[in-house]
Design a protein around this ligand. Structure first.
Ligand code: ZN
Length: 244
C-alpha cells in the first residue's frame, strides 16, 4: 500500500475515533442520570423527614397514654375519697368534687389530643407508603439509566480503542516525519487527509490547480492543498482513470 493510501486509511480511522469521542462527551453531558439522582436524593430526604415525624408522634402517643393512666389513677383516688370515705366536711367535699371535675376535663383533653395524634400518624404513614412506592419507581429507572449509560459508554470506548489500534498499526508502517505531519494537521485542523472532489479540496473547498490534480492522478506522491495545507487524496477509481 502506498503512503497516501495508508494516510487515507489512517484518516478514516481518525475520523471515526474522533466521532466516537465526541459521542461519548455528548452522552456524558446530556444524560439524565444527574437529574434523576438529585430527584432521588430529594425524595429520600422527604422519606426521612416523614419517618422522623411518625417517630415523634409515636413517642408522643406513648407519653400521652402514660399521662392518661396517671389521670385515671388520680380520678379513682379522688372518687374513692368522695364516695367511700364518708366525708362530711363540705369544704373538703367541694374541693374533692372540683378536683374530680378538673381531672375529668384533663382526661377529655388528653383523649382528644391522642385521637388527633393517631389520625395524624395514620395520615403520615399513608403518605410514607405512597412516597416509598414513588421512590422505588424512580430508583428503578435510575438504575436502568445508569446501566444503559454504562454499557453504551463501554461499547463506545471499545470501538474507540479498536480505531486507536488501527491508527497505531498503520502509523507504525509510515515514516515518522509523515506521521508527525499527519497528527499536527489533525490537532490543528481536525482532519489531515481530505478527498479531492470535482477538482476541489474538500477540506477548504478551494479549486485546485490543474497541475496539482494531474500530479495526484499520475503519482502516489504526497501533495498538500496550497490553501489549507491538508494532504490531498484522490480516490483510486479516479486515479485509475475510471472517471474520465
Ligand atoms: Zn484545502
Amino acid at each position: 500500500m502506498s503512503d497516501i493510501d495508508k494516510l487515507w486509511q489512517m484518516q478514516k480511522h481518525t475520523s471515526n475515533y474522533l466521532a466516537i469521542k465526541r459521542a461519548i462527551k455528548e452522552l456524558t453531558n446530556k444524560n439524565n442520570i444527574k437529574k434523576i439522582s438529585s430527584e432521588l436524593k430529594e425524595l429520600e430526604k422527604e422519606l426521612e423527614e416523614l419517618k422522623n415525624n411518625i417517630d415523634k408522634n409515636e413517642k408522643l402517643l406513648i407519653k400521652n397514654n402514660l399521662m392518661l393512666k396517671d389521670y385515671d389513677y388520680r380520678l379513682k383516688k379522688v372518687e374513692k375519697s368522695l364516695y367511700e370515705e364518708n366525708i362530711t366536711d363540705l369544704k373538703q367535699l367541694s374541693f374533692l368534687d372540683k378536683e374530680r371535675k378538673d381531672i375529668l376535663k384533663e382526661i377529655e383533653e388528653k383523649e382528644t389530643e391522642i385521637l388527633f395524634t393517631m389520625d395524624e400518624t395514620d395520615r403520615l404513614k399513608k403518605q410514607l407508603e405512597e412516597k416509598k412506592k414513588n421512590t422505588n419507581k424512580i430508583r428503578a429507572s435510575y438504575n436502568d439509566a445508569v446501566k444503559e449509560y454504562k454499557s453504551t459508554i463501554e461499547e463506545l470506548n471499545k470501538k474507540a480503542s479498536q480505531e486507536a489500534r488501527e491508527i497505531k498499526k498503520i502509523a507504525s508502517t509510515i515514516d515518522e516525519k509523515l506521521y508527525h505531519q499527519f497528527s499536527k494537521l489533525v490537532n490543528t485542523k481536525g482532519s489531515a487527509v481530505v478527498e479531492v472532489i470535482d477538482n476541489r479540496c474538500s477540506g477548504c473547498n478551494m479549486v485546485l490547480p490543474w497541475v496539482l490534480v494531474s500530479k495526484l492522478r499520475e503519482s502516489d506522491e504526497i501533495v498538500t492543498c496550497e490553501n489549507c495545507q491538508r494532504i490531498l487524496y484522490l480516490s483510486r477509481d479516479i486515479r485509475n482513470g475510471n472517471n474520465e
